[in-house]
Structure formats: structure tokens, C-alpha cells
Design a protein around this ligand. Structure first.
Ligand code: NAP
Length: 324
């Protein structure tokens, strides 16, 4: 059965790094940057548009997500995003639009080495077969990042298959999505390769500050999905974010993305509108103050605005949607 999007907002709805010279994503060889005082393994300067993953792979800190873009609109959206300047694309087997992403890449004429392409493995057996299918749909001969989409099912087996793919050089980095701390630490403690990335819901209402600290100590880069909470809780008209935006001549969306980037969180906002793609890309020419960062920090509710990946009903519901 093909995976179908069963919630309004993700991915569960359903919904989840040129190879380094060595299989470096190893838990015993996490490279911390001495200048990074809080111990996070991936680093980005205010001038930089990349983070460096735990195996040395460079990942653009700002990318473009294609969740919930219908397949027949995805090629145009990705074409527009690439024309805007995005070079980092985030799709998934479960989004059912990998082929359209691949067509946009092929027709863009952009050299493959300039692109960073992520896709995700759905909950299923047969990770290597699923990988080959995703690669074929994308029309690529390697991935920059391959993620386990959900921490459900036999994901230990999937991770071991992904470790093999990584060592073969057909993925430059491997990681996970939607892993809460207990599952992430357990996966890391019982496998060889440390995930380079954990892509989890992260936005002003669910900030993941403590979790980011833990991930940093363990060498895992935090990547935000749903940076705008998909507009929930009236994010785009939030008074605090609007006031901060007004002080900089920027929109709420730009404030949110800038706030995440200053926290060294990778962001992949989605839009089908070229003017919003451009707006969301224009976040490197201003800086939020410590006071502004603190005001946004005060907005954290510590809870998902979608659902909890530890809710037994959701675990069963999502985990039993089968991939292609
Ligand atoms: P999001 O980026 O938080 O929000 C997208 C929504 O915001 C869309 O309705 C979009 O509408 C609107 N929007 C975008 N830019 C805007 C702007 N400047 N002003 C006002 N509205 C704006 O939500 P998301 O797509 O769920 O998350 C981003 C990406 O994360 C996804 O595309 C996907 O790649 C990834 N993701 C991963 C998971 C996972 O389980 N791993 C889950 C969810 C998402 P328009 O399109 O009409 O502009």
C-alpha cells in the first residue's frame, strides 16, 4: 500500500551526507568546534549559510521543503525555489513527489555538486530497495542526506542498512527524523554510525532548546520541520514576532527563520508562492538581538502543535501506514 498523508499537517501524517573519505559519522569521532562554547558539533557563523555535520559534510542551513505540495505542482515549485537560490531540497518517499523534484533538478541545469538533496525512508522493511527506488525517482546517483522518517517499526534494521549505504558512498550522510531523546540515544548507543541530523518539529511554540543541547553534545545536528508551525496558533500574526519584525523591517516569517538560523538550526520552509520563497530566502542581512532572542524563547510551550510521536495511538496509526 502506498503511504498516504493521513493528517493535515505532516508527514504522518504520514508523513522522515560527497562521501567523506571515511565512514566518519562515528560516535567516537564527533568533531566539536572549539569555538562553539555550548558543545554543539555543527557550527555556523553569522556569515555562513552552511553547517558542518559530524562527518565534515557541509549542509546549507536554509533549504526548501516540499511536504504537502501535490505531485503535479511540485516540479514548478522546486523550479521556482531553485531560481530563487535555494540549493537544499527536502522531500520524502511518503510525500509522493520525488519524481517531480527530480524533474526540476534535471531541468535546472544546476551542477549536482551544488545541490543538497534529502529524502526519507518510510516505516517499512527493505530499506535498501526503498533507497534504490527513491534514488531512481529523483534521477540521482547519490543522496546528500537520507533520513529514517519515523522512529517506528524495525528502524534498527533500517539504520544498519543505511550505515551500509553510507559506507558504500551512495549517501553522504544519514540521519533520523521525529526521534525523541530516548529513542535517539538508544539508537546511537547500539549502532556504529552516529546520525548526522535529527529532523524534528521545531518552531517558536515548540523550541527544543534542551534537546538541541543534548543533540549537540552527541554530535547530531538539529533540523527544524514546520518552522512556521504551518501557521498554527496564528503564528504569522503573533504580536511578539510582528513587533520584532517591524523593528528590522522584516516579516514574521523572516524573524522566525532568522531566529532558528541564529540558534544554528537548519530550516526547510515550504511555500508554493515564489514571492514567499524569496521572502523566506532573504534572512541573512539582519541579526536579532539577545533581547529579541529572549522574547521569542519565552513563547515556548514545550509541546507539539501537531501530535506527540510517543502517543500510543499515533505510534500505531503512523507506524502501520506502509510505504511504496
Ligand atoms: P511550514 O514550512 O512551517 O509552513 C508551511 C506553510 O506556511 C504553508 O501553508 C505556506 O503556504 C505558509 N508559508 C510559507 N512561507 C510563508 C510566508 N513567508 N508567509 C506566510 N505564509 C507562509 O510547514 P511544513 O511544510 O510542514 O514544514 C517545512 C518542511 O519540513 C516540509 O515541507 C517538509 O519538507 C518538512 N517536514 C518534515 C516532517 C517530518 O516528519 N520529517 C514533517 C513536516 C514537515 P504557501 O505554500 O501557500 O506559501
Amino acid at each position: 500500500m502506498r503511504a498516504t498523508l493521513i493528517y493535515g499537517a505532516d508527514d504522518a501524517r504520514p508523513a522522515p551526507p560527497a562521501l567523506a573519505a571515511e565512514p566518519a559519522q562515528h560516535s567516537t569521532r564527533v568533531h566539536h568546534d572549539a569555538s562553539n562554547q555550548d558543545g554543539r558539533s555543527a557550527t555556523v557563523s553569522d556569515q555562513s549559510r552552511h553547517v558542518t555535520l559530524n562527518n565534515g559534510v557541509q549542509m546549507p542551513i536554509l533549504g526548501f521543503g516540499v511536504f504537502q505540495i501535490p505531485p503535479d505542482q511540485t516540479e514548478q515549485a522546486v523550479t521556482d525555489a531553485l531560481a530563487t537560490g535555494y540549493r537544499h531540497l527536502d522531500t520524502a518517499q511518503a510525500y509522493q513527489n520525488e519524481e517531480a523534484v527530480g524533474r526540476a533538478i534535471a531541468t535546472s541545469g544546476i551542477p549536482r555538486a551544488e545541490l543538497f538533496v534529502t529524502t526519507k525512508l518510510w516505516v517499512q522493511d527493505g530499506a535498501k530497495r526503498a533507497f534504490e527506488q527513491s534514488l531512481a525517482r529523483l534521477g540521482l546517483d547519490y543522496l546528500d542526506l537520507y533520513l529514517i522518517h519515523q522512529p517506528f517499526g524495525d528502524y534498527y534494521s533500517s539504520w544498519r542498512a543505511m550505515q551500509d549505504l553510507y559506507k558504500q558512498g551512495v549517501v553522504k550522510a544519514i540521519g533520523v527524523a521525529n526521534f525523541y531523546p530516548d529513542r535517539l540515544v538508544d539508537l546511537m548507543d547500539h549502532n556504529e554510525v552516529t546520525p548526522a541530523v535529527n529532523q524534528v518539529e521545531t518552531h517558536p511554540f515548540f523550541q527544543r532548546q534542551d534537546y538541541q543541547q543534548l543533540m549537540g553534545e552527541r554530535g547530531v545536528q538539529l533540523e527544524s520541520w514546520g518552522p512556521f508551525a504551518e501557521g498554527r496558533n496564528n503564528l504569522f500574526s503573533d504580536p511578539t514576532l510582528s513587533q520584532i519584525g517591524a523593528a528590522h523591517g522584516k516579516s514574521v516569517a523572516q524573524v522566525v527563520l532568522r531566529w532558528l538560523i541564529q540558534r544554528q538550526v537548519v530550516v526547510i520552509p515550504k511555500s508554493v508562492r515564489p514571492e514567499r520563497m524569496a521572502e523566506n530566502f532573504d534572512v541573512f542581512d539582519f541579526q536579532l538581538t539577545d533581547e529579541e532572542m529572549g522574547r521569542i524563547a519565552a513563547m515556548d510551550t514545550g509541546a507539539s502543535v501537531f501530535f506527540d510521536h510517543r502517543d500510543p495511538e499515533m505510534v500505531s496509526r503512523i507506524g502501520n501506514v506502509r510505504g511504496t
